[in-house]
Design a protein around this ligand. Sequence first.
Ligand code: ADP
Ligand code: NA
Length: 321
Amino acid sequence: KVDKKLDVIIIGAALVDLPLRPVGKEVFDVVSYPVDGIKMTIGGDAINEATIITRLGHKVGLMSCVGVDLPGWFVMDHCKTNGIDTTYIKQDPTKDTSINVGLVAEDGERTFITNRQGSLWKFCYEDLDMSALKDAKILSFASIFNNPLFDNKALVAVFSKAKKEGMTICADMVMPKVNETLNDIREALSYVDYFFPNFEEASEMTGAVKENEVADILYGCGVKNVVMKIGKRGCYIRNSEGSVIVPAAKGVTAIDTIGAGDNFASGFITALLEGKTLRECAAYANCTAAVSVQYVGATGGVKDRAIVEEMFTRYRKDYGA
Ligand code: ADP
Ligand code: NA
């Protein structure tokens, strides 16, 4: 067995977030609108996942695309500071790094203002250096539908190459941006070993309303293991052995669920790299997400491995495992 340079390659978004809070509906009625703070932060599913898996102790290469602009350098700097391999991030002078402005209301409700011309929307198959796939064991496609140019054809091109290299394929999804349906990604899903949608997204995409029906439909597309997130109840797994719910961590007070899904995937992939069983991977994923929801921001909770290990120890005690 050859030693690979990286453990995981993550494909997806890396951008800059500008969360503004609190903002009310009267924002246009005044000339100047003070908020509690304005700070640039790192955002995007793939860079969040890369950050967390790195903190959990594994070597991650991020495959993304940014512009040759200050937000692009901000992304590159975050990766360097956090020990994420940037070899496969394309800095493209023809693209503007995406900046998402988040308007967050007092009650937590939010609207994101995004740039249609930004790197998130313009990221495409041609930006990928496919030779990278020989360097890692796991490929994680951070979110199907997040980068609209990654349609079924592009996904199949990436996934079939990854399979040829013997990689394990993980993927999550977000709600479709341009009215895509399940049929638009059916073939791509047949390559996926572990698929992490949340129930609402998967229900909307499949048109089914019961958990078992949603999971069966996805399993029927050829996904080997459907690992569907069901919020504070944990996750619902469907594979060739049937279905099982792996419960969430107990006694957790969620204050911010932003990025919970990214943390879930990060915990799962970490456990997978360490040879844990499917159930243990799901439990470790639940624990990683449970840490994350107790803190503000996608990467504010899992500061290091110890905080997840502590949660996992408690989890095993609670469930007698
Ligand atoms: P997403 O963030 O993708 O919408 P969910 O809301 O289903 O996904 O949450 C992802 C995961 O976060 C869940 O599968 C669960 O492990 C964990 N989680 C969410 N809310 C709680 C909670 N209140 N207590 C414990 N774990 C939670
Ligand atoms: Na998600």
